[in-house]
Design a protein around this ligand. Structure first.
Ligand SMILES: [Fe+2]
Length: 286
C-alpha cells in the first residue's frame, strides 16, 4: 500500500489497496493515517457494493444519517446523489461547503463512491482549511482565534432558502425546516486531534455570523477569508472515474461539486461518519 500525494497541501491517491468485505487491521491503520495526513484520500478502481462502502465507514467511525437527505430502504445512512441527463438545475453540493456544519453534530467525514460519471466534467474541488489557516494574514487569524462562528442550514431552512427553481435534487432533500434556521455556534479554528495541525472551520454555504460582530460586518470579514481559502494553492481538483472511492475529512476541508456536465448522467453514493470523543462533537479547539 502506497500514498501518492496529489498536491502540496492535500490529497493522496492510494495504490495497492483493494477494499473487500473484510478490511484488515493493517489496512485500517494505513487508511486512518493517510486521512489524518492528507485529508482527502482517493482509491481508484474499487467498485464497492453498498455493503462494502458501509463497512468502510466503520473504519473511521459510526455511519451518520443525513437528516436532510435520508437514504431509502436498507441503508438510511446512504445518500444517492444523482443528476439526470435532462436536469439543468444546480447540483447537490454546488458551492464551497463542509457537509452539514450547521448541525449540533456535523459529520466528521464522508465516503463518496462513483457509480456513474460523465465522460468529462463533474469534478469535485477540495480545499485544505489547514493550508488556509496557516497562510491567513495575521490580523484575520488573531480576530478568529478563540472565537466562535454561527452556522445555519440556509438551503434547508425557511429564511434564507433559495428559490425552488434553483434547488438541486428536488424531492429527495428536506426543505423549509425552521430548525435549520437556528444558529449553532462552533469554534472558528479547530485543532486536528492526531496531527495537531490547526484549520479554519467556516464555509460560505452555512457560516453566518462571527461572535461579537453583527451580520453585515461578519459577512465582510468572512468573505475576505473565503477568498483566501479558495486560492488555487489550497485546492485540489478531483477528476472522477467509475468505481473510484474518495474519503475526506469534513472538519478540515471544504468541497465544491462542479456543475459543468448538462446532458450527462452522474450518480454517486455517499456515506458520512461520526467519530466524536467523550468530550462532545467539536472540541478540537485551539
Ligand atoms: Fe457536500
Amino acid at each position: 500500500m502506497q500514498c501518492h500525494p496529489i498536491t502540496g497541501f492535500l490529497g493522496a491517491e492510494i495504490s495497492g489497496l483493494k477494499i473487500s468485505d473484510k478490511i484488515s487491521e493493517k489496512q485500517t491503520s494505513f487508511l486512518k493515517n493517510a486521512l489524518s495526513k492528507y485529508l482527502v484520500i482517493v482509491l481508484p478502481d474499487q467498485f464497492l457494493t453498498a455493503e462494502q462502502q458501509r463497512g468502510l465507514a466503520d473504519v473511521f467511525g459510526a455511519p451518520a444519517i443525513n437528516p436532510y437527505a435520508r437514504g431509502r430502504g436498507e441503508y438510511p445512512e446512504m445518500t444517492i446523489i444523482v443528476k439526470e441527463v435532462g436536469d439543468t438545475t444546480g447540483v447537490f453540493g454546488g458551492g464551497w461547503h463542509t457537509d452539514l456544519s450547521f448541525l449540533d453534530l456535523p459529520p466528521r467525514g464522508s465516503i463518496l463512491s462513483a457509480i456513474e460519471v460523465p465522460p468529462y466534467g463533474g469534478d469535485t474541488m477540495y480545499l485544505s482549511q489547514q493550508a488556509a489557516w496557516s497562510s491567513l494574514p495575521k490580523p484575520l487569524a488573531q480576530l478568529l482565534e478563540g472565537r466562535k462562528v454561527s452556522h445555519v442550514g440556509k438551503p434547508y431552512g425557511v429564511r434564507w432558502a433559495p428559490p425552488v427553481e434553483e434547488q438541486s435534487m428536488k424531492g429527495s432533500t428536506t426543505r423549509n425546516d425552521p430548525d435549520a434556521d437556528r444558529e449553532r455556534w462552533h469554534p472558528a479554528v479547530l485543532k486536528h486531534p492526531i496531527t495537531k495541525k490547526k484549520g479554519l472551520y467556516i464555509n460560505p454555504t452555512y457560516a453566518h455570523r462571527i461572535e461579537g460582530f453583527d451580520e453585515d460586518k461578519s459577512t465582510t470579514i468572512l468573505q475576505m477569508i473565503y477568498d483566501h481559502c479558495a486560492l488555487p494553492e489550497h485546492c485540489l481538483r478531483l477528476r472522477w472515474r467509475n468505481g473510484m472511492v474518495v474519503i475526506w475529512d469534513n472538519y478540515f476541508t471544504q468541497h465544491y461539486a462542479i456543475n459543468d456536465y448538462h446532458g450527462f448522467r452522474r450518480e454517486m453514493r455517499r456515506v458520512a461518519y461520526q467519530n466524536f470523543n467523550s468530550k462532545g462533537p467539536i472540541d478540537f479547539q485551539t
